[in-house]
Design a protein around this ligand. Structure first.
Ligand SMILES: Cc1cc2nc3c(=O)[nH]c(=O)nc-3n(C[C@H](O)[C@H](O)[C@H](O)COP(=O)(O)OP(=O)(O)OC[C@H]3O[C@@H](n4cnc5c(N)ncnc54)[C@H](O)[C@@H]3O)c2cc1C
Length: 761
């Protein structure tokens, strides 16, 4: 990713991709502040819009229509997206603690993580009920429930616990959808029996009498059995019990009540209300820490008690954005006064809705259409994203807008002035040693002089009977997450070593980091090298040295040394292919096109997420497995694309090959992206290899054709294997986690043609 033209001076970290933060991201995307960096940490790549969730359940919308793609939004906003779960805050050192990555420093922090079901207080609810909150997890549970009902012949009893607007709306939407599903299967919708449990005497107790009456009638018309003053106290497998001792057998128990703040908030020392939500002032700042903001369900405005509803979270987006901006610019914050009355549009499942505001209530199919129009318009704000050429303010203006300490000013001036380079453009020693001192690379006994020593170079012993394998790789970051980038860069570099059938021994790193305030440079370096060292350590590869310089872009590479038995027969080379072998590919292809699309806001977040997971998966076990099953040749697929690397194998082997287009494993979204013309800049160089195709004219319009040339980062292994071993080898590779491993073709005896590769459908 291209570094901004201005150094990073302040970090705003957003925890959770809730309804308020999507507004913050959109606003910063439209109008960025030079020198201010946003980082979103979120457990999910797609966040649901609560207003349309019941419509999704009812079957009126598909998944993408009701989910905001945080990955695209983050690219639009120029924000970093770290996919992780936040588990705490170190307020002393101003760091956000994450489940599976290094802590993330902040200057200003904002929390919008919604509510968490409080099932622990109700005996058995945790194990035996399906919680609707957090709503981001609800989709998986809903799809599972849908399958269970489909596969469960006979009566299915569904109990919904919680008769607020969310519970009633959800029940009616589920009933509508499930009845339609049963009808579609030729079954009787009367097989479904619904119960609704309300702890109070009414349904929708916070709404006016007219609205309550209407829903009471709808529920009665739809044969929903409403249990009033019936607080559920215990949930057993397939059964629940109320405070009055009433028991009900139910196949599905859906929990839409009793949500509270996430448990980890208690450890932060922030002031919380009795339900564990963060107490905030009118400026949306925590009462205990002015650097921490909160909005949406997780916030409890002390002067304005609000219902937990997405509408408030959405409305808090603009004042939160304004105050986050003011906070980093050192300007006075402005109080926010939420509306006392608000309009709720509650649907009845069947494209009919009821409007409720204060004492007013009206209804109709037109109300649903109106709601649909409002909701679609809201979602378009986050789906119709165009890249904005944000011409950032001149760097010299920075100090006047962001209040810097004198020391920070000097660092900023130095970063802006583009250092002379006479120093070799090295990163300062303090920054470097501070970042490196926090890393814990493994040690190997062969390393005589290594990273911790002050010497000019590493000294490593070669064990007797071993030969050395050398390889080097280096590339710039294509994602805004230095930790994951560090993992991918190390994994990519190790790929060559594994492909040769060798064991990694030592690595030296070369990195460039964009200049900026020392603390920011140090953190980027630390995050990136932590990711890399985790991968190197797992590979039993000792990091023994390196060089870090300042550069326009974040980039990382490794020279890796490996060890192999001093016996040429044990080396997996490219030249051993035999006619009759089959071709095996261990990972799906498509990373090049996907990340071009990502940069152009044309890829879905879940495609990018899956591609990243594939890129961080090591080829180590794959290579060992292929070697054990007698692979005759092997390589890892990287920049030259599948065809380029295959040619590197067929030529020295003196063979031809046939590729089965339909058998190629593809990453999710790769076909869509390549068909939309999203091609990597390396693609054109790779396409020159088309001369090697015997029938390219016939296949040039095949939708998968461009993917043959798509450059890969940390791609899978391509190997040839005797045909009789292939199935057993594939079974083992799939069991090892290379789930998309496939036979993608076969090796042929060399023919007369100068074009050695033939494509087949
Ligand atoms: C069935 C149902 C229907 C509803 N319908 C409506 C409606 O029509 N209108 C309405 O106004 N309200 C409705 N609500 C209420 C609404 O869902 C919530 O009030 C709303 O989602 C709260 O929004 P939020 O922004 O606070 O958090 P959320 O929308 O819950 O978003 C929280 C975000 O934080 C992330 N996150 C959570 N924990 C962590 C963590 N530890 N680390 C990192 N990320 C984290 C999540 O992945 C998610 O992206 C409904 C609720 C239900 C259950």
């Amino acid at each position: 990713m291209q570094a901004p033209d201005t150094p990073i001076l302040r970090d705003i970290v957003l925890v959770g991709g809730g309804h308020s933060h999507v507004g913050v991201l959109k606003s910063f995307g439209m109008s960025p502040i030079p020198g201010i960096r946003l980082t979103l940490i979120c457990t999910d790549m797609h966040t649901p819009y609560s207003g349309m969730l019941p419509g999704y359940v009812a079957g009126h919308y598909d998944y993408d229509e009701v989910h905001i793609d945080l990955s695209r939004l983050a690219v639009f906003a120029g924000a970093r997206l770290y996919r992780d779960e936040v588990i705490g805050i170190d307020r002393v050192n101003r760091k956000v603690l994450c489940r599976s990555r290094p802590a993330v420093p902040y200057d200003v922090l904002s929390i919008n993580i919604g509510a968490t079901p409080q099932l622990a207080n109700v005996l058995g609810a945790q194990e035996n009920a399906v919680a609707v909150k957090p709503i981001t997890r609800f989709n998986d549970r809903w799809l599972a429930l849908l399958e269970r009902v489909k596969n469960n012949p006979g009566t299915t009893t569904v109990a919904v616990v919680g008769a607020g607007a969310g519970g009633v709306e959800l029940l009616l939407a589920m009933q509508f959808r499930l009845c339609n599903v049963l009808r579609g299967l030729g079954r009787d919708p009367a097989e479904l029996v619904f119960h609704l449990f309300s702890s109070s005497a009414d349904v929708l107790p916070t709404h006016n009498a007219r609205v309550r009456e209407h829903f009471t009638k709808v529920l009665a018309d739809r044969a929903v059995q409403v249990h009033r003053n019936a607080e559920v106290m215990q949930v057993m497998p397939g059964q629940l019990k109320t405070a009055s001792g009433e028991m009900l057998d139910a196949d599905e128990i859906i929990w839409v009540t009793r949500a509270g703040g996430a448990a980890w908030l208690k450890e932060t020392g922030l002031a919380l209300d009795t339900d564990g939500f963060i107490r905030v002032s009118d400026t949306l700042q925590s009462l205990s820490d002015p650097l921490i903001f909160a909005a949406g369900d997780v916030a409890s405005m002390v002067n304005f008690p609000l219902e937990k509803a997405g509408v408030f979270a959405v409305r808090q987006g603009p004042p939160l954005t304004r105050n986050l901006r003011c906070s980093v610019l050192g300007e006075a914050l402005r109080p926010y006064r939420p509306q006392r009355k608000w309009l709720a549009l509650i649907s009845t499942g069947d494209k009919y809705a009821v409007a409720s505001r204060d004492w007013v209530g009206f209804e109709g199919a037109w109300v649903w259409r109106w709601k649909n129009w409002i909701d679609q318009r809201f979602m378009r704000r986050f789906s119709d994203l165009q890249m904005i050429d944000a011409s950032v303010a001149q760097s010299s203006k920075l100090q006047s807008i962001v209040q810097l300490t004198p020391q920070e000013s000097l660092q900023a001036i130095s970063a802006i002035a583009m250092r002379c380079g006479g120093c070799g453009a090295k990163v300062g020693t303090t920054v470097l040693s501070s970042a490196l001192s926090q890393l814990h690379p493994i040690n190997r006994e062969e390393v005589l002089v290594g990273l911790k020593d002050p010497d000019d170079a590493a000294v490593v012993r070669i064990p007797s009977g071993k030969a050395m394998v050398h390889s080097v790789d280096f590339f710039r970051s294509f994602i805004d997450d230095p930790y994951i980038f560090g993992k991918i860069a190390a994994n990519h570099a190790l790929g060559d070593i594994w492909a040769m059938g060798a064991q990694a021994q030592t690595a030296t790193a070369i990195a460039t980091v964009p200049s900026g305030l020392d603390a920011k440079v140090e953190d980027v370096l630390f995050q990136m090298m932590t990711g890399a060292v985790e991968v190197l350590n797992e590979a039993e590869c000792a990091l023994v040295g390196g060089h870090t310089g300042e550069g326009k872009e974040l980039a990382l590479g490794f020279a890796i040394n490996g060890l192999i038995d001093d016996d040429p027969a044990k080396v997996m080379r490219k030249n051993g292919m035999q006619p009759g072998d089959v071709l095996i590919l261990t990972k799906p292809i498509g990373t090049g096109t996907l990340f071009v699309a990502h940069a152009r806001l044309a890829a879905k977040g879940r495609w990018i997420d899956a591609a990243l997971q594939s890129m961080v998966m090591s080829n180590r076990q794959g290579a060992q497995c292929l070697a054990a099953w007698g692979a005759t040749a092997c390589t890892d697929i990287t920049g030259f694309g599948l065809l380029g690397h295959l040619l590197e194998m067929t030529r020295p082997s003196g063979v031809d090959a046939e590729l089965l287009m339909s058998a190629l494993p593809l990453l999710d979204g790769a076909q869509e992206c390549v068909s939309a013309g999203m091609l990597s800049s390396l693609q054109s160089a790779n396409v020159r290899l088309r001369r090697a195709l015997s029938n390219q004219e016939a296949m040039i319009n095949h939708p998968r054709y461009p993917l043959l040339f798509d450059p890969q980062t940390a791609g899978g292994l391509l190997a040839s294997l005797p045909a009789d071993k292939a199935q057993a080898c594939i079974n083992e590779l799939q069991a090892l986690g290379y789930t998309q491993t496939a036979v993608i073709g076969r090796v042929l005896a060399q023919g007369d043609s100068l074009a050695p590769i033939t494509l087949r459908e």
